[in-house]
Design a protein around this ligand. Sequence first.
Ligand code: ADP
Ligand code: MN
Length: 512
Amino acid sequence: GVAAAAPDAGPGPAWQSKCPWGAPSTTSISCSLADVMSEQLAKELQLEEERTAFPEVVAAAEGPFITGENIDTSSDLMLAQMLQMEFDREYDAQLRREEKKINGDSKVSISFENYRKVHPYDSDSSEDEVDWQDTRHDPYRADKPTTTPRRGFIGKGKDITTKHDEVVCGRKNTARMENFAPEFQVGDGIGMDLKLSNQVFNALKQHAYSEERRSARLHEKKEHSTAEKAVDPKTRLLLYKMVNSGMLETITGCISTGKESVVFHAYGGKSATEDKVIPPECAIKVFKTTLNEFKNRDKYIKDDYRFKDRFSKLNPRKIIRMWAEKEMHNLTRMQNAGIPCPQVVILKKHVLVMSFIGQDQVPAPKLKDVTLSNEDMKKAYYQILNMMQQLYRECNLVHADLSEYNMLWHDGKVWLIDVSQSVEPTHPHGLEFLFRDCRNVSQFFQKGGVAEALNERELFNAVSGLNITADNEVDFQAEIEALEKMNEDHVQNHGKKLSMFPSDGDPPIYDE
Ligand code: ADP
Ligand code: MN
């Protein structure tokens, strides 16, 4: 995979291999398995996406025309259709507004329903109820010359046959089963001259419709479970577009699946703008859109002053994007302070692309997984002490999930990652989070044999510049909470947060 991913592996300029018309058909470039896989994957994802969004279109396109070569074209088609769909939705929304304006609260209203543009797949008119007495669509009519005359019956006396005749009706009912969903097996009722009573027919019809709905539900479930494992179709389309645009060369695979995110490795491609350089290797962090996992993280973001105003107005999907956005902002702050951490490449919705810490697809080990020499261990400790102070003073941040799990050992130093939950120290629980971070760090290094390692309380004071004197954990924590309370009250009373850094990075002042 490494050789094939090198940007100069293919012959000719880059545009040639990407342009559907420009590639000479005779050249067969040897291609790594990873490339084939990803191309195939991309195509599958593409089709799948189209199938969900445009069931009818794809059914038509699956003829002899879709080949590996014109995947670009089909993607354009899809994009065009998505745009059209967006346009039509807006158009319809506008119509609805006009309708409302005109009708006001008048009892008699006019409807613009007929002018709406909704696409067939998002209107649910498929359950077109056909009254069984309605003969307009009767499939029997053509090959049954003995139609019921206008007066509703034929024959005379005892032999009178009305349109409600059992046999005629039964046959009609059998034929109407053809209108059920194609997956619904009706058998060859017409062939065996099956006559269904209205009662049986109606029961079957009911069953057919509920089956249809059930299968739709099952399908939805299936989509969800794949989202659990990797990513949902919308995310896959986002990733695919990043590769398609050339920003990423290839996405090689998954590095990590956590509860809240999935991280992929990718080789960087070329940036659309000259001034931006895409790192040779990237990590793609996809924040999971299955919302339940994020519920218990609400407290991190809900009380973050930077996001407070926005939080209440947002829907869950947007809140997830905010996690990604938060990670991006926090990483940028850290980058500016010179703290070793991934560099942000791009943020697209809930997908954050950053530089990869590691080499040749192998991520740098977490501190918990690496065995360091005593010397390196001590070095790492002092580096972290330093980084925690920088983070607090220069970035105005508390990591809030700092532990040997979120520190990588790379290039002889420690790199901080996973800062989506990081908060400003004035966060109502900011100091508690800091204390927890300190406990993790000091425990790790004390166990790791660093004699110089401060205990958690000393570390807390060293990082925050506060001077909490309690000599036991319980009192210490109580003091922390009292400080937080004071800050919170101040916010309540003054409607704005108290500056933790009044002038030049002095320790925070809590009293006035
Ligand atoms: P989570 O919230 O799932 O813990 P992380 O940001 O910690 O998310 O990422 C999960 C794992 O993915 C990390 O433990 C690390 O192994 C890997 N990882 C994340 N970002 C990078 C990166 N920029 N470079 C290399 N590996 C990364
Ligand atoms: Mn993590």
